[in-house]
Design a protein around this ligand. Sequence first.
Ligand code: AHR
Length: 301
Amino acid sequence: GAVAGGLMMLAGTQAFAVTIGFSQVGDEGDWRPAFSKDMQEEAKKEGIDLKFADAQGKQEEQLRAVRAFIAQQVDAIVIAPVVVTGWDQVLKEAKRAHIPVFLADRDVDVTDKSLYVTRISADFNLEGRLAGAWLAQASKGNCKIVELQGTTGSAPAIERHKGFETIIKEFPGMEIVKSQSGDFTTEGGKKVMEAFIKSTDNLKGICASFAHNDNMQLGAIQAMKEAGLNPGKDLLMVSVDYVPAMKKALAAGEANASVELRSAIGKYIYPVVLNYLKDKKPLPKWVVIPSDLHTAATPGS
Ligand code: AHR
């Protein structure tokens, strides 16, 4: 990489500055910008020259950014992929250029796993299972559910749905009756819940809203309030991320549970990348970051 900025690291006798290209999804919701900020702050602490590219939710932008990082001969590339498909070609190009690729947060679906070093992220499937298990207990296994899905084709939407289904299948009284994507945004969640309210005669017979992220749930809460309904009481509200606005909603009784997705994960990601650049030791394909579920009674630290 270019010897510009960054900490001078010693690799054998040669001193070099580490340059990392990071292709981020965008800035949807409250969680994603918190993650971006953490990646920038932690890079500074580690003395990394971070090239940050915001794809504004578009995979084409990510492909362009990754190709630009390859052209700049960065030392490593970190990608938080918008969707799981469509990565083989560009990852092959990075491999040919001998630039190691690390996945952060979201996953890719590639047959040749040697195209990336490792993925550092939470277990989205477990998040879905935690949400499902909490709801099974809270509803005594009897619940018609509306689901607000994340971005179609993204790892968290696919895995949270799968994990949640795994659990509710165990309970004959539990069923997802409506499911639609709100694209991980507050506005998207609000629109989807407005449509659900209309198509179910004010959520008649519905017992819960499972949202793949807090922002969609916060939008759903707004939609319910505007329709004169009581989120957290008329419906059990369970979602993922545990962002500050959701903590408030939990404390106010307008939501009931949220699975924490840590946003301060630069401290997990950079050491993995830096160690790999030093010793090139193969790593397990997944470095898992823990998840836990919170309610108003168990807010955690
Ligand atoms: O990939 C993780 C998901 O992406 C978060 O749960 C969501 O808020 C974000 O947009």
